[in-house]
Design a protein around this ligand. Structure first.
Ligand code: AMP
Ligand code: GLY
Length: 418
């Protein structure tokens, strides 16, 4: 079979790598991919200038299945275009991608179908937002831009001043364009976060291993939010009771919502939850695999990944029995110093082996330059390994991390323990 994987990060590398291990897979094209992905067996990155030309390529090349990584392509309707051209696609159609594309839509859906979530207010203007904040006068409070904002559209405001400044930047400074011209103002929830990615074949849900992301850039959860500095799977803090509550109060009602609202969903649905003393609440849906959770989850997966993707497309997920590596899997992201703000590119990466017996490197942003791999973005790569205990997994990963180096390299040392 021939696959097309859309995206260029570590998540897409993990997807390509797992597909490459399958005997059923002849070729994997990544668009645009990165030079680290091209090193993978059976993988080729495509230099194609736009989506229309990509679809033309997919038709001519007789791609069997396309898998879409990032949300922007999904929200803009790439799946609808591929399906119109008879390319089977893993990822929701545009109409369903609004679950991530609009926080207001998502929150309204949660309310309608009694999915556990924080109380909220929708504001469509600066004045409306400010009036609500004054009337509510409760801090911390959470303000969320309605549309896509590359993971930067949420502020947990500790006082009225910072809430007001954020609203100003959304409504008047247009920092996220029209994405920030509507907001959700939400009750602050105290607890720990978990990521649960669920496969959907249009008829049923199949949850993957739970995971924990580490969003802030520095140890002890300090500093600005990033795309994710590391992940562990399963989530070491999530107990059986809260997991059952997630299934009952969040996942199952979401399934009914998709069905009743006529949203065609074949792909991965990501639930970002906050587990509080009174159980889990849904913070957000993402209509895709998470990054860096996917690097940890797919490394832990023992099944043939291409078989799973095929059964999602065919609507036969009931045929799949998921099998996981024992213990825990840990992924640590190596980033360029300064990320998520200003950082340098083009730094030579040293100390990487071609192969590791018991670990894997997934590249997020690298380029080939002569015989070297050089950095090409903020999050550069992640090192992933598994162990019988979380401590074993962490030790294996950090042993490898300590041998890799580039100027100004930054990583968190507390992945999995906080
Ligand atoms: P979201 O994009 O909705 O997941 O929000 C981004 C991040 O903001 C989450 O991962 C949480 O760390 C934080 N957050 C969002 N909503 C809340 C909430 N209601 N209470 C506390 N923190 C929140
Ligand atoms: N790790 C969270 C995300 O992919 O948005």
């Amino acid at each position: 079979m021939k696959y097309l994987v859309v995206g260029s990060g570590g998540r897409e590398h993990a997807i390509c790598y797992k597909l490459s291990l399958s005997n059923n897979v002849e070729k994997i094209y990544a668009w645009p991919g990165n030079d680290g992905i091209s090193l993978e067996n059976k993988c080729q990155c495509l230099e194609i200038e736009n989506e229309d030309k990509l679809i033309e390529f997919a038709v001519n090349e007789k791609i069997d299945i396309a898998i879409i990584g990032p949300e922007n392509y999904l929200v803009n309707g790439i799946v609808d275009k591929l399906m119109q051209n008879k390319i089977a696609t893993f990822g929701p159609e545009k109409k369903a991608s609004i679950l991530e594309g609009s926080k207001i839509y998502a929150k309204k859906l949660m309310k309608k179908y009694k999915v556990s979530t924080a109380d909220f207010f929708e504001a469509f203007s600066y004045d409306e937002a400010i009036n609500y904040l004054i009337q509510k006068n409760e801090y911390p409070i959470v303000i969320k831009a309605d549309g896509l904002a590359s993971g930067k559209g949420v502020l947990v405001a500790n006082d009225f001043y910072s809430a007001k400044e954020f609203c100003k930047s959304l409504f008047y400074d247009n920092i996220f364009g029209i994405s920030g011209h509507k907001v959700v103002i939400e009750k602050y929830l105290k607890g720990f976060e978990a990521s649960i990615i669920v496969l959907c074949d249009g008829k049923r849900f199949l949850p993957l291993l739970s995971a924990k992301d580490h969003k802030q850039v520095f140890d002890n959860n300090i500093g600005p939010n990033t795309g994710g500095m590391g992940a562990v799977a399963p989530n070491p803090f999530l107990n059986e009771k809260d997991y059952e509550k997630f299934i009952e109060n969040i996942m199952n009602p979401t399934f009914i919502a998709l069905k009743n609202e006529g949203l065609l969903y074949k792909g991965a649905l990501f639930f970002g939850i906050m587990v509080t003393e009174s159980g889990p609440y849904l913070l957000e849906y993402n209509v895709r695999f998470g990054d860096p959770e996917t690097q940890a989850i797919l490394y832990a997966l023992n099944n043939d990944f291409s078989e799973i993707i095929n059964e999602v497309i065919l609507g036969n997920l009931d045929k799949i029995q998921l099998e996981w590596k024992k213990g825990y899997t840990c992924a640590v992201v190596l980033a360029s110093g300064g990320y998520p703000n200003n950082f340098q590119k083009g730094l030579i990466i040293k100390g990487i082996q071609n192969d590791y017996e018991d670990a894997k490197i997934f590249f997020s942003a690298v380029k080939k330059s002569n015989e070297n791999l050089i950095t090409d973005g903020g999050r550069v790569l992640s090192v992933v390994s598994s162990g019988e205990t979380l401590d074993d997994a962490r030790k294996k990963v950090y042993n490898i991390v300590n041998r890799i180096n580039f100027d100004n390299m930054h990583y968190r040392k507390d992945i999995g323990i906080i």
